[in-house]
Design a protein around this ligand. Structure first.
Ligand code: MLT
Length: 256
């Protein structure tokens, strides 16, 4: 079973972390939501407290592990599922698989499109470097892309925490996730069929999953709401937790 935290009681809310992070990236949201909900936060396979798996890894590996976890916890009814960035790619795979009843969906700083051939090549080059040099090289490359320039200056303890989280992940897991993201399909054609009550949350200054991509997703998913987080970069749940929590609370109350 995946390592996870499970706090609070009420409607189950499952939060899927991004790359190369752990469930700890959601700590502000657990604080904000667990008073009224059961908040389940897994560490995806190979990250945090979850064991490194034998490769190759795909989005299906992650989606199946989350479904197995929820089955193991006896969570069968409709869940509210939030995916941040790579966690959003996993959420799309969960929808495709249909093993979990997703009643509400939050897509946080993520995108539906697949990698371009150039991005895919970059992931494979980086995977080879990470296997050779360790996860620190990925942490150094990622940190400036995760936060706005202002937050990189003004939030040294949060940015140091995130850098430490990224460098502590097993190199093999980081490399596997790069390969899994490179191989992920384009989820755009499936957006029109999403029936879950959906909220798209996007940092205004996100360079990894841009505001334009978020707007396009929100337009393509029937009835989706869009919350733009002013001034925030990619890791909005940690850079602007107040705004992100407010959007998640609104999403959860409108979908219950
Ligand atoms: C993430 O934040 O999960 C990743 O940066 C997403 C990506 O690289 O596509």
């Amino acid at each position: 079973m995946l390592a996870h935290s499970d706090q609070g009681t009420g409607k189950p809310v499952v939060l899927l972390h991004g790359f190369p992070l752990t469930g700890a990236m959601w700590r502000f949201q657990v604080d904000g939501l667990a008073a009224e909900h059961r908040v389940i936060v897994p560490d995806l396979p190979g990250f945090g407290g979850s064991a490194v798996v034998d490769g190759p890894v795909t989005m299906a590996t992650y989606a199946n592990a989350v479904a197995d976890l929820l089955n193991g916890l006896g969570v069968n009814g409709p869940i509210a599922l939030a995916g941040f960035s790579m966690g959003g790619y996993v959420a799309f795979e969960i929808l495709r698989q249909g093993r979990i009843d997703v009643g509400a969906l939050a897509l946080v700083d993520t995108k539906a499109t697949a990698d371009t051939p150039e991005a895919r090549q970059g992931r494979h080059t980086m995977a080879a470097r990470v296997r050779e040099e360790g996860a620190g090289v990925m942490a150094d490359a990622m940190l400036p892309k995760l936060f706005s320039a202002a937050a990189l200056e003004s939030m040294p303890s949060v940015t140091a925490e995130v850098h430490q989280m990224m460098s502590a992940q097993p190199a093999e897991s980081v490399a596997q996730a790069l390969e899994a993201m490179a191989a992920r399909p384009d989820s755009t054609p499936e957006l029109a069929a999403v029936s879950a009550s959906t909220m798209v949350i996007a940092g205004e200054l996100d360079e990894i999953a841009t505001l334009d991509e978020a707007r396009a997703m929100a337009e393509a998913i029937p009835g989706a709401d869009l919350e733009e987080v002013a001034g925030a970069g990619h890791l909005a749940p940690m850079e602007a937790p107040g705004e992100v929590n407010e959007a998640l609370v609104a999403w959860l109350s409108s979908s219950s």
